[in-house]
Design a protein around this ligand. Sequence first.
Ligand code: PLP
Length: 378
Amino acid sequence: MLTIEKLKQNIDLETVTTPSLIIDKSEIIKRYERLSNTIAGSQVFYAMKTNPHEEVLKLLLSLGSGFEISSAAELEKLIELKVPADKIIIGNPLKTPKMIKKAFEYGINYFAFDSTFEIDKLSELAPGTIVSLRVKVDDNNSDWPLSRKFGADPISAIDLLQYAKDKGLKPQGLTFHVGSQCLNPASWSNALLVMSEIFQRAKDKGIDLDIINLGGGFPSQLCKPIPQLEEIKTSINKSISEYFPSKNIKYMIEPGRGMVGEAGIIICSVIARANRGVEKWVSLDIGVYNGLFDALEGVKWSIISDKELNRINHKDQLDKFKVGGPTCDSIDVLAQDLYFPKDITFGDIVYVLNAGAYTSTLSTGFNGFEAPEIIFID
Ligand SMILES: Cc1ncc(COP(=O)(O)O)c(C=O)c1O
């Protein structure tokens, strides 16, 4: 992961504009290699929404990655970069007609779905294409659940696959997402067991499936302990050999956070301090509206002040603070009880660690506070 030490070797803290997101390309290269070795022979489709900066896309393209996308705008960006159609999949079960038409014209031949309505749309606008059924799985072990919005109930899977077949599409795959920032390797094995039961039931009905897409969920090191990729890999591969002995299955993964999260550190500054009753507040120039949106679901990053790094035996020099972003909205809060130096003051540099995923891209510009500029280092 990108360390503060490496960041300081490459970035001049006296002149850097804050907030900035520093991305270490060499970390993305390492993560791509590790993720592409998760399942032998599998294909990686980077979830572009996570960090769609052109430099990130070009780097991953040069490494051989594919891309998982959700919108016409994302597709246009990939077409500009000359990404071939067979390197793009549409993983969002909700698609605009504009995006389906554009994707079909470009030759994309993989669409996720989870309802008959989506099949009606796809059969009209992208006839004959390969479709993968997004199945609802348990996402209780994840910091950012997705199943409360997406995924067909396993019980309706066969009817949906049959409906797609009847409409002239090619129902070839199953896809799932264990939720983003998944903290338990067993989530993937439990999901694979559900997929294997659907595979068998589909086969009995004469529908031969041959694609399993394991989605994203691979975590980055935030505040809570996370399983290492090796543990997740072991759990996945054990389940694959147990539940899917056939060698004729194509495996895909769609990592987002796990690809770029640990490659980035946000450098921000303290813009204000205030004592409100018994509460001590520190305000930063980054918050929920200009990059740290995930805080709204309780995601907690390690947030460290540069001042505290430079001190030895600093524990008695720390105090508990509430930490907020720069906007005038009261939900713009990042932490309720974070330790900072007692003498923290405006202008002090603060780091948000492992913040390469879902940050710059999730910035609204609300109140005039812009997304952190991305600076790349090697
Ligand atoms: C369809 C799909 N695939 C992949 C991802 C990436 O997930 P993660 O960042 O947890 O790897 C997402 C995230 O929302 C998604 O919706």
